[in-house]
Design a protein around this ligand. Structure first.
Ligand code: BGC
Length: 321
C-alpha cells in the first residue's frame, strides 16, 4: 500500500513538472484569424501588409502570434465560411474587414457563441450591431473627416475650386461602394465643406467606381467627354480611383492645377507622388499604419482579457504638398 502511494505521488510530481514545463518555459502561441474583404484593393493591401508585419514584431521567445490572413474575394458567403473555419480552428481572436457591414450581426452572433472576440476594421458596422457584445470593437477612421478635408483642400485654393471662373464649382463625384459609409460620408462631406463656406456648387456627374482604379479611369473619361471644360473638380472617394481619373485627365488634354482639380483619399504612395508633381491637387492620409497597429493592439488586449474601447478612431490628415 505504501509503495503504491509513493508511486502515485511520484507520478503526480512528474505530471506536475511536465505541466509546468509546457505552460511556463515553452512558447505560448495565439491563433489570429484575419479576413480581408478583398486582396485586390490598393489601400487594404497596404493595410494588410502592415498588419502582418506589425504582428511579427510582437513575437517574443515566450509569445507567438500565428496569423492567418484570408481573401474574402468581395464575397460575403466566402467571408462567412472563413469565419466558420476560424471558429472551428478555435482561433483566439478574429480581425474582420467586412465585405458587407450589415453582416456584422450574424458574424458577432457566431463569434459570441464560440466566445471568440472580434476586431472589425475598415468597414464600420452600425452602432446597433456594435452594441450586441462587449468583446467586439471597431477600428477605423471617421469618414466625415476625410470628406471634409477633401472639400477644404478645394475651398482653400485661391479660386476656391472654380477653375473655369464661371462662378460655380461644377464637380464630378466618383464614389466607392455605396454600401460603405466611407463612400457615403466622403461624398456628402466633401461638398458640405464647400457649401458651408458659401461656395456655389453644381453636381454634373456621380457614379460608383467601387474603389477601383480602372473604373475610376473609365468614369472620369466618360464625364470629361460629356462635360468637358464645364468640369472644375473631380472628387474621388479614394486614391485608386483618383489615379485612374488622373490618367483620364491627361488623356483628355486637361491639366490638373491649371484647368481642373483632382482630389482623393488614402495617401497611397503613387498618389502622394502625383500630389508632389502636381498631377493631383491633394489627398487625405488614411492612416493604414495607425489603424493596423491599433487593430493588432486591440486584438492582443482581447487575448489578454483586458477591456477594449467599443470604437477606436484614427485621425485623417490633409496632404497637399
Ligand atoms: C479606403 C479605400 C478602400 C476601402 C475598402 C476605404 O477606407 O479609402 O481605398 O478601397 O476603404 O473598404
Amino acid at each position: 500500500m505504501k509503495k503504491f502511494l509513493a508511486l502515485v505521488l511520484a507520478l503526480a510530481m512528474i505530471f506536475a513538472l511536465v505541466g509546468c514545463a509546457g505552460g511556463g518555459g515553452g512558447v505560448k502561441t495565439y491563433k489570429v484569424g484575419v479576413s480581408i474583404y478583398k486582396f485586390d484593393d490598393n489601400f487594404m493591401t497596404v493595410y494588410r501588409n502592415e498588419l502582418d508585419a506589425y504582428f511579427k514584431t510582437l513575437n517574443t521567445d515566450k509569445v507567438k502570434y500565428d496569423v492567418t490572413i484570408q481573401d474574402a474575394n468581395n464575397d460575403m458567403n466566402t467571408q462567412s465560411a472563413q469565419v466558420d473555419a476560424f471558429i472551428a480552428q478555435k482561433v483566439d481572436v478574429m480581425i474582420i474587414n467586412l465585405v458587407q457591414s450589415t453582416a456584422a450581426d450574424s458574424i458577432t452572433q457566431k463569434a459570441k457563441a464560440a466566445n471568440i472576440p472580434v476586431v472589425y476594421i475598415n468597414r464600420q458596422p452600425s452602432d446597433d450591431d456594435m452594441a450586441k457584445w462587449d468583446r467586439i470593437t471597431y477600428v477605423g477612421a471617421d469618414a466625415r473627416q476625410s470628406g471634409t478635408f477633401q472639400g477644404e483642400i478645394i475651398r482653400d485654393l485661391p479660386n476656391h475650386g472654380d477653375a473655369n471662373g464661371d462662378g460655380v464649382v461644377s464637380y464630378v463625384m466618383i464614389m466607392g461602394d455605396p454600401e460603405n459609409v466611407d463612400a457615403q460620408f466622403r461624398t456628402e462631406y466633401s461638398i458640405k465643406a464647400l457649401t458651408d463656406a458659401g461656395i456655389k456648387v453644381e453636381e454634373l456627374f456621380k457614379q460608383r467606381g467601387d474603389w477601383d482604379q480602372a473604373k475610376g479611369q473609365e468614369l472620369a473619361a466618360t464625364a470629361l467627354a460629356q462635360f468637358g471644360t464645364k468640369i472644375d473638380v473631380i472628387f474621388c472617394n479614394n486614391d485608386a480611383m483618383a489615379l485612374g481619373a488622373a490618367q483620364a485627365i491627361t488623356a483628355a488634354g486637361r491639366t490638373v492645377g491649371k484647368d481642373i482639380y483632382l482630389v482623393g483619399v488614402d495617401a497611397l504612395d503613387e498618389a502622394v507622388a502625383l500630389v508632389k508633381s502636381g498631377g493631383m491637387t491633394g489627398t487625405v492620409l488614411n492612416d493604414a499604419v495607425g489603424q493596423s497597429h491599433a487593430a493588432v493592439d486591440a486584438a492582443i488586449k482581447f487575448i489578454n482579457g483586458q477591456p477594449v474601447d467599443k470604437i477606436i478612431m484614427i485621425d485623417y490628415q490633409k496632404v497637399t504638398v
